[in-house]
Design a protein around this ligand. Structure first.
Ligand code: PGA
Length: 242
């Protein structure tokens, strides 16, 4: 794992966007897994701008879902799908056949997990996984206490996720569980990128990078990844030992 520091969230987002664009130029049928949330919004904006300006062809890129709120349909503006559709899929005209998202309203979520696991296997894995970090150290919906041995799974959301998660919804949402790719899948991807910006992430970034690697802070497992980058703006890095 490497840590990279940026003066501003804009510089961070520009760098991540350029890396993704360069990857897609080199591998037009890349398989990407991108987080939703406030943190990647700027990165996604720069990806779309650069792709349009330079006419980068995203039509063969495959997108795999990182996570979704159980029971929340894609039409809900707070869903992970809605965010990615609004910031990436629609602006880049991604064919629906290239979007492999958790159906979190499926009757049998174990079958749904197996469906996504199989899709990832059929695609020969995910080339780049881009994650944010929750206030409790979750990545995807790998909540504190999660087993690092899991692939796609359903999990009870941690109280902090239940609380902070409401910010994405226009009306109070009945959320309780999440469906997510597991730590094992993140560890298997050849490149994992964790983004954190803002002073509110400083304390959890310090725990992630300076305390023991354990499921108490699931993001800490990324330190075991041979090719992971933790990209921090100045504020998110502000509590780290220099
Ligand atoms: P945020 O969410 O980018 O909205 O802060 C991050 C996360 O919970 O993974």
């Amino acid at each position: 794992m490497k840590i990279e520091f940026f003066d501003t969230p804009e510089l961070l987002a520009q760098t991540v966007a350029s890396s993704i664009i360069d990857f897609v130029i080199a591998k037009p049928n890349a398989v990407l897994c991108m987080a939703s949330g406030d943190t990647p919004r700027l990165t996604n904006k720069y990806i779309v701008e650069a792709a349009k300006k330079n006419r980068i062809d995203f039509s063969r890129v495959q997108f795999v879902s990182l996570d979704e709120w159980v029971g929340i349909p894609p039409s809900n503006t707070g869903s992970c799908y809605y965010f990615l559709n609004e910031t990436i899929f629609e602006p880049l005209n991604i064919p629906t056949t290239n979007i492999h998202f958790f159906n979190s309203t499926a009757g049998n979520l174990s079958v749904e997990c197996e469906r996504i696991n199989q899709i990832v296997e059929d695609l020969n894995g995910i080339d780049i996984i881009l994650v944010g970090i929750g206030m409790n150290g979750h990545i995807g919906f790998n909540e504190p206490g999660v087993s690092p041995d899991l692939f796609a799974h359903v999990i009870n959301l941690d109280p902090i996720t239940l609380q902070t998660g409401q910010k994405y919804f226009s009306e109070t949402a009945a959320i309780q569980k999440g469906i997510t790719l597991g730590i094992s899948r993140i560890m298997q991807s050849p490149l994992a990128i964790l983004l954190a910006t803002g002073s509110k992430k400083a304390a959890i970034i310090k725990k992630t990078l300076e305390e023991n690697i354990s499921n108490a802070v699931p993001a800490s497992f990324i330190r075991k990844h041979a090719n992971a980058f933790v990209m921090l703006d100045r504020e998110a890095a502000s509590l780290l030992n220099k």
